[in-house]
Write a protein that binds this ligand. Structure first.
Ligand code: HPA
Ligand code: ZN
Length: 347
């Protein structure tokens, strides 16, 4: 336990502390400027005349209204170089927020449905991740998400297409429109992914009720729940999440933008931490939701009155529940302790 650090130095601490990001969709890091640059070089027509007009359209009522615009942005991605550059831009930006490790969500189905090969996507993303230690001083790995609004059969096809590139992917996840597409729809393809040795996660309880979190755990047997914020409506589930130390990758700014909570002040992140849930803070789709990871930290801490002990817990959780090996986790946790000790020494 570190001593409490003065609240006047909390903003600086939140920025400086080493952290891992475990819930960030790479297509959601595509900034309007990059969308325009790629549209031009790939001769893709855009529905908005300027960067400002596109950014101005980023007003959402719910998850689906976001997914519609997000899909428009993905239409500019055509080549392996595009996927590489998109990932480099995110890595550089994340490293500026002292993200030392990231596990990046992507999907192939969006892009294969636009006529691209899964290899184009995976090879571009992977090249950036492989270069991350030397270029940015951080580590990065990839999690392939199935799109849950599509069929089980299509998820199986996406998995099969990725198998020749198996070594470039650490895990499998589940994203896209949640309500009406419960986890159990994908139980068999998650069984297959597990048998192949993939680590497993799934979005659950973002908009849909706690039953989706139960079935992500019991039918898909995932190791982490992405979002999971609806859990606070089910006290038995809350007890289970705390007892079994099931990690939740929470995305506060996303939840407010998509109207899961009416304001950050009403977000349940602090309630979760105080109930002993292993939560982490993440940016989800930072180009669309008004901020990268440090913006999620600083605004949530200001809105919820959290302190340096919450900060330490969140950063520690992020490394502990990552898919890194034990030695890498230890190195990052030592760096985290070092930063907290430096701040405590100046108290
Ligand atoms: N939820 C579900 N699917 C997504 C999201 C999200 O927040 N972002 C990108 N795909
Ligand atoms: Zn997400």
């Amino acid at each position: 336990m570190h001593p409490l650090i003065a609240s006047s130095r909390l903003p600086e601490l939140l920025r400086a502390m080493p952290k891992a990001e475990l819930h960030m969709h790479i297509e959601g890091s595509l900034e309007p400027e990059l969308i325009f640059a790629m549209a031009q070089r790939n001769a893709v027509p855009l529905a908005y005349p300027t960067v400002e007009a596109l950014r101005g359209a980023y007003v959402f009522n719910n998850l689906q209204s976001f997914l519609d615009i997000y899909h428009e942005g993905t239409l500019v991605l055509k080549t392996e170089q595009d996927f590489y550059e998109m990932t480099c831009a995110y890595l550089a930006r994340a490293r500026a927020d002292n993200v030392l490790h990231t596990e990046i969500f992507f999907d192939t189905q969006t892009h294969t449905n636009h006529g691209l090969d899964a290899e184009t996507v995976i090879n571009g993303l992977h090249r950036a991740c492989e270069e991350a230690p030397a270029r940015y001083g951080m580590s990065a790995s990839l999690i392939l998400c199935f799109l849950r609004h599509l069929s089980e059969q299509e998820a199986f096809e996406s998995l099969e297409q990725a198998l020749p590139l198996r070594d470039k992917i650490v895990g499998i996840g589940l994203a896209s429109g949640e309500v009406g597409n419960p986890p159990e729809k994908f139980a068999r393809v998650f069984d297959r992914a597990r048998a192949l040795g993939f680590r497993l996660v799934a979005h659950a309880g973002e908009e849909a009720p706690p039953a989706y979190i139960w079935s992500a755990l019991d039918a898909l047997k995932v190791e982490r729940i992405d979002h999971g914020v609806q859990a606070t409506h089910d006290s038995i589930l809350m007890q289970r999440l705390a007892r079994e130390r099931v990690p939740l990758t929470v995305c506060p700014l996303s939840n407010v933008k998509l109207k899961v909570f009416p304001s950050l002040e009403r977000h349940n992140l602090r309630q979760m931490l105080d109930a002993g849930i292993v939560a982490t803070v993440n940016s989800d789709d930072p180009a669309y939701f008004g901020g990268y990871i440090n913006e999620n930290f600083s605004r949530s801490f200001a809105a919820l009155g959290m302190d340096s002990q919450h900060a330490y817990q969140l950063a520690k959780n992020s490394f502990e529940v990552s898919f890194l090996d034990a030695a890498a986790k230890r190195r990052y946790l030592d760096q985290l302790d070092g930063v907290f000790e430096e701040f405590a020494a100046l108290n």
